[in-house]
Design a protein around this ligand. Structure first.
Ligand code: SAH
Length: 239
């Protein structure tokens, strides 16, 4: 079955947006994955088609109604067994390993919040997993959903030109990626590290490994500590 992302949003016209161009867009056009954007408002029941209301207990803004969102989820939920994700700054931070897991499954149902967020009861009643794309607040879940879907799609079989390029990049081994270079040979007086033009593949691999480790150590002590803080350790995700 084709990998499919179903997005529940108040702004379906935002899709496919950036997912319709380049790598993801070509793959979408050639049927390597499917995207369905559904309007939450279609599940509103009153004659004003209202989807939100004022927060219980007071305070600014509006909250997405539990009954409307639950109806939208139920209407979208033809294929059982797919993960139900709610984009949310309170969620667990999205990681590359979770992206890889999602890419390996049937594809998620992704709910985009707006306003102050969604009624807590629908999160519990529909068992929504809250996912954050970082410690900052967006005005809506759509851009977060696009980030998540883009990260998944590039891992689907046949989407990336060379299968290998997904395995060597940032995070796949708990490390940031080594520096990359291409022509010209000299740029504003800066050359390319000699090892990279030596043709010695073992030396190139060792250099890249050392650079990746040094970079991770300097920039992301959290990642470095998480993988044991040791040079040359092989993680289980190594190919
Ligand atoms: N009042 C909420 C923020 C709501 S922002 C709070 O303080 O937690 C509106 C919507 O944008 C959210 O419901 C969510 O769907 C989306 N959103 C905002 N920031 C996000 C982030 N960092 N990651 C994922 N989704 C986010």
């Amino acid at each position: 079955m084709t990998w499919r992302a179903t997005v529940l949003t108040l702004f379906p016209e935002m899709f496919p947006g950036p997912l319709g161009v380049s790598l993801a867009g070509k793959a979408l056009a050639s049927g390597l994955w499917e995207l369905e954007a559904r309007d939450i408002r279609d599940s509103a029941t009153d004659r004003h088609r209202s989807v939100d209301d004022t927060p219980a207990g007071g305070g600014p803004g509006m909250v997405l109604r539990a009954d409307v969102l639950a109806a939208a989820i139920d209407a979208a939920d033809a294929d059982q067994g797919r993960p139900h994700l709610l984009m949310s700054p309170r969620g667990r931070p999205l990681t590359q390993s979770e992206v890889a897991q999602l890419a390996a499954g049937p594809g998620p149902l992704v709910i985009c919040g707006r306003f102050e967020g969604v009624d807590q009861r629908v999160i519990e009643a529909r068992n929504l997993q809250e996912i954050s794309i970082g410690d900052y607040v967006l005005s809506g879940g759509e851009i977060a959903a696009m980030a998540l879907i883009d990260a998944c799609v590039r891992l689907l079989p046949g989407v990336m030109g060379k299968q290998a390029s997904g395995e060597e990049e940032s995070f796949s081994d708990g490390l940031l990626e080594y520096p990359q270079y291409t022509r010209p040979q000299e740029f504003e007086g800066r050359g390319i590290p000699e090892i990279l033009t030596s043709g010695d593949h073992a030396k190139v691999a060792a250099w890249r490994r050392a650079e990746a480790e040094a970079l991770t150590r300097a920039r992301r002590p959290d990642l470095w500590a998480a993988r044991g803080g040791q040079e040359g350790t092989k993680s289980t995700t190594d190919g």
